[in-house]
Design a binder for this molecule. Structure first.
Ligand code: IMP
Ligand code: MG
Length: 179
């Protein structure tokens, strides 16, 4: 499927993201200071850059695992139905878990994932999202940490795609159609 012509305007620079992650990591380290059982769970695919930078700021014993859930396809609207496409490799029962999401929009993805993972009996489950669009929320999606609140714009970069493109941009930009 091809997309109408667009340009990308920088919204959050790579430097600003890095500084925010450093601050978030020190709060996360403090919260999990008492555990030797932290499993950091990245939601594929959008969180892959964020989780890579985040775990390298956490000098804690961590394991990294991934969960893939269905999302937008190639469009810009949420289907509001979340399916598990790839499950975790490891068992999280009794473990401390940090779920890492790229962006909270309607809230359906994170809310469903939290419910799904809570059913497996982790000792503690916290959530972090790099970006949050609070104006779009349809269901409560409790995030323990948020990197940045952003306006209702479609964003790309730093792992986040539009029709599978632009994940490799080092910054967060917003998509502006020119056609
Ligand atoms: P939610 O279920 O509506 O909260 O949507 C969350 C998911 O939708 C995120 O994990 C992203 O994959 C995707 N998403 C939401 N907003 C954007 C955006 O602005 N750009 C790209 N993907 C987005
Ligand atoms: Mg996602």
């Amino acid at each position: 499927m091809s997309q109408p012509p667009y340009v990308i305007d920088e919204l959050i620079s790579a430097k600003t993201i890095a500084a925010r992650i450093e601050a978030l990591a020190s709060e996360i380290k403090a919260r999990f200071a008492d555990t030797d059982k932290l499993v950091v769970v990245g939601l594929l695919r959008g969180s892959f850059v964020f989780i890579a930078d985040l775990v390298r700021e956490l000098d804690l014993p961590v394991e990294v695992d991934f969960l893939e859930v269905s999302s937008y396809g190639d469009g810009m609207e949420s289907t509001r139905e979340v399916r598990i496409l790839k499950d975790l490799r490891g068992d999280i029962a009794g473990r401390d878990v940090l779920v890492v999401e790229d962006i909270i929009d309607t809230g359906h993805t994170l809310a469903s994932v939290v419910k799904f993972l809570q059913a497996r009996g982790p000792r503690r489950l916290e959530t972090i999202a790099l970006l949050d669009k609070p104006s779009r929320r349809e269901v409560a999606a409790p995030a323990s940490w948020i990197g940045f609140e952003i306006p209702d714009e479609f964003v790309v970069g730093y792992g986040i795609d539009y029709a599978q493109r632009n994940r490799n941009l080092p910054y967060i930009g917003s998509v502006r159609f020119t056609g």
